[in-house]
Write a protein that binds this ligand. Structure first.
Ligand SMILES: *Cc1c(COP(=O)(O)O)cnc(C)c1O
Length: 361
């Protein structure tokens, strides 16, 4: 393990070392069955147990009531952008979308492509998406309110979710799913691409309130209707078996090693506090997000002298710190400190940042 780097990639991103080791140990022969999880029938008993474990652990971690189904859908979070309006915005309805950055903008675009009714209930575009909007103009008649709980690129996060009355929330939680406890009863649906905080790329996890099924038109193609995934338990066709296996191990790690979401949130707070503390120490570095909206998952910052940033990235990599380049659309620096990024890794980054500041002040 001594050649592993401290991995701050935004996604795909770090997985817990214990999970990788367990996958390695079981790679040639899963539980002595003589083959890997990748090679076995998705309808056999061994895989049925794996997918059931992944579902059950997600339900338990979030304390989900029996009102909710956990589904596995391929196509990433981006396919969810298209499926949501298809399934849940009816004739003459307008859904409320809150625009907070690249990903929510893409979600809105997918609804508009289909000529679905969309309202922008709030936007932080005027401040270049550096914060979360405070003034919301929500309609009580909307079929749902769509929110991106964590904005991976700009490094902002909702710390208190919007009050939506009886209107269900639909949340893109791709980059902060399972990072903190949630009052899930307010959600009609939660979705996330697995590759940020849950596993490898290849599947999205969808948590769907059964009530939402009533809205789904009968005319949708089979694979684009959530009803199919509920009725066939995500097995209408071959699901992403290996990513689902990885999710079962990551959620086991969350429950058994980390101690659940309350404990995980405490650790995530400590990591973020340490890193923002290092950024805020003086004006050599500067955080790019409005303070109250700072993300606990994606810490975005700049060096006052922007010309030093490529040197920072190169030196960091030499010191074993990878993935610190900001998203290409905004530049700067970004450290993604998802669940699997340890306090030791954040400490190593802070030490490096202190040294770099001393050298280049
Ligand atoms: C990465 C990301 C997406 C896109 O995910 P894909 O699985 O690649 O489609 C969507 N939303 C958010 C918040 C993301 O961070």
């Amino acid at each position: 393990m001594n050649n592993r780097v401290h991995n701050f990639s935004a996604g795909p991103s770090a997985l817990p070392t214990e999970v990788l080791q367990e996958m390695q140990e079981s790679l040639l022969s899963y539980r002595g069955c003589g083959m890997s999880v990748m090679e076995m029938s998705h309808r056999g008993d061994l895989f049925m147990e794996i997918i059931e474990e992944a579902r059950t652990r997600i339900k338990r971690l979030y304390n989900l009531s029996s009102e909710y189904e956990v589904l596995f859908v391929q196509g990433g979070a981006s396919l969810q952008f298209a499926m949501i309006p298809m399934n849940f915005i009816g004739e003459g309805e307008k859904a409320d979308y809150i625009e907070t950055g690249t990903w929510s903008t893409k979600a809105i675009a997918e609804a508009r492509i289909q000529n679905k009714g969309v309202r922008i209930a709030a936007t932080s575009k005027a401040i270049d998406f550096t914060g979360i909007p405070t003034a919301l103009d929500l309609s009580p008649d909307a079929p749902f309110v769509h929110v991106t709980t964590n904005n991976t690129i700009r490094g902002t996060q909702w710390h208190t979710l919007p009050e939506t009355g009886n209107v269900p929330l639909i949340a893109d939680m791709s980059s902060d799913i399972l990072s903190r406890p949630m009052d899930t009863s307010r959600f009609g649906m939660i979705y996330a691409g697995a590759q940020k905080n849950m596993g490898p790329a290849g599947t999205a996890v969808v948590i769907l309130k059964k009530e939402m099924l009533k809205k789904i038109p009968a005319t949708l193609p089979t694979m684009l209707s959530y009803r199919t995934y509920v009725e066939k338990e995500s097995m209408f066709n071959t699901p992403a078996t290996f990513p689902i296996y990885a999710i079962s191990l990551v959620t086991k790690w969350l429950e058994e090693t980390m101690g659940g979401l309350i404990a995980m949130e405490t650790i995530n707070h400590r990591k973020a506090d340490q890193l923002y503390g290092c950024i805020d120490e003086d004006d050599f570095y500067a955080g790019t997000a409005v303070r109250e909206s700072r993300s606990l998952m994606n810490v975005t910052f700049r060096i006052r002298d922007h010309a030093l940033e490529p040197i920072f990235i190169e030196r960091a990599l030499k010191a074993g710190l990878a993935g610190l380049k900001g998203h290409k659309s905004v530049g700067g620096l970004r450290a993604s400190i998802y669940n699997a990024v340890s306090e030791g890794s954040v400490g190593a980054l802070c030490d490096f940042m202190d040294d770099f500041r001393r050298e280049h002040r």
